[in-house]
Ligand binder design. Structure first.
Ligand SMILES: [Zn+2]
Length: 353
């Protein structure tokens, strides 16, 4: 029953407009190529990327579900009546319809959503909407290279951090990229984009992915220069420690077992960048950077570049993404969890941020 789940997943979750915007054919999703030489790379310093998406090791065990209402949820158990899932707000539910997935290579996480818009530009454009658009385009690009890719949300929906992390960890994804854009306030202007990519302090794999993403972002975005980029003190590939614990500050970096990075691609707070973010070319370029970085992480030993020492630390509070006031979306066809289901076996909630 699960043989074609990756294909089903692909058909349901790619926004056709996102594909059209980038002229990426989705046809390859049904017959993933085993290799592809990327010819779109404009760099003279970075060799063209030969992409080989590794085998998925699919085993037919459902680990995530895209509901018929297009909500992505972790599957905790499969029972006769359907799938026991964790809802976005970390409740248990029985969902009886949807498209199950057992494995993916890549989880892309469009930050924020729903009642948590993230940063908001002076024109009212929300970070959440831009994050989603970039993620959709990056998904299409990675799919065209043979990768199985899942987004943690496909609509303007609030999904707490715990659930985003559980989706990636449950699936055993190879990498998780959380996509963000900063507000920024008043920042110095720099000669190259101030893209910040935060990695997991304890993970060389995460650090390498961050360096590759920073490198690709500079490569793809710098040609759009229209008078200066916001560049904060943490521009580069870096980590951000919690001032109290020393652990990684961001939940999307600290919590996953999955190799993860959090990328602040560009700045809504800079009028120049905000205008660029209103163009499809710039969003496509950001997505290209993400796609190229992930593909290189899989298929090369390249180290990446742009590493920077952390400039300051923060304390864990008030960043959003928690469960307070969370309201679950419609999950489509649902039923009752069997009375004999062992709820204790599927873990509880730790909402410590
Ligand atoms: Zn954000």
């Amino acid at each position: 029953m699960w043989v074609a789940v990756a294909v089903l997943m692909g058909c349901s979750s790619v926004d056709p407009a996102a594909v059209a915007i980038d002229q990426v054919s989705d046809a390859t999703a049904t017959t993933p190529p085993t290799s592809e030489t990327t010819t779109t790379h404009s760099s003279t310093t970075i060799a063209p990327t030969t992409t080989v998406a590794p085998p998925l090791d699919a085993d037919g065990v459902a680990r995530a579900l895209v509901t018929e209402t297009d909500i992505v949820v972790p599957v905790l158990a499969t029972v006769d009546e359907g799938f026991v899932v964790r809802t976005p707000c970390q409740e248990l539910a029985l969902v009886t319809a949807g498209e199950p997935l057992d494995r993916v290579h890549v989880v892309l996480d469009p930050g924020h959503g729903g009642s948590e818009p993230g940063a908001v530009g002076s024109n009212g454009r929300t970070e959440a909407s831009i994050n989603l658009r970039v993620a959709e385009i990056a998904q299409a690009k990675l799919r065209s290279r043979g990768f199985a890719v899942l987004l943690t949300r496909t609509s303007d929906t609030r999904v707490p951090i715990l659930t985003r992390v559980e989706i990636a960890d449950n699936l055993g994804a190879d990498v998780l990229v959380s996509i963000h854009h900063q507000g920024g306030g008043e920042l110095p202007i720099g000669p190259v984009p101030g893209t910040e990519v935060y990695y997991q302090q304890e993970s060389d794999d995460s650090r390498r992915l961050a360096g590759l993403l920073r490198e690709e972002a500079i490569e793809e975005l710098t040609p759009f220069d229209a008078g200066g980029w916001f560049a904060g003190p943490d521009a580069g590939a870096t980590y951000r420690p919690d001032a109290e614990t020393g652990e990684d500050f961001y939940g999307m970096v600290r919590r996953p077992r999955t190799t993860a990075v959090l990328a602040e691609m560009s700045f809504l707070g800079n009028p120049i960048e905000l205008e660029l973010l209103g163009t499809r070319q710039f969003l496509v370029a950001e997505a290209q950077a993400i796609s190229d970085a992930v593909a290189r992480w899989f298929s090369t030993d390249d180290a990446g570049s742009g590493f920077a020492e952390p400039s300051f630390s923060l304390t864990s509070s008030g960043g959003g993404g928690g469960l307070g006031g969370c309201e679950d979306p419609d999950l489509g066809a649902v039923g009752e969890i069997p009375v004999d289901f062992d709820r204790a076996s599927v873990g509880g909630v730790d909402d410590s941020g």
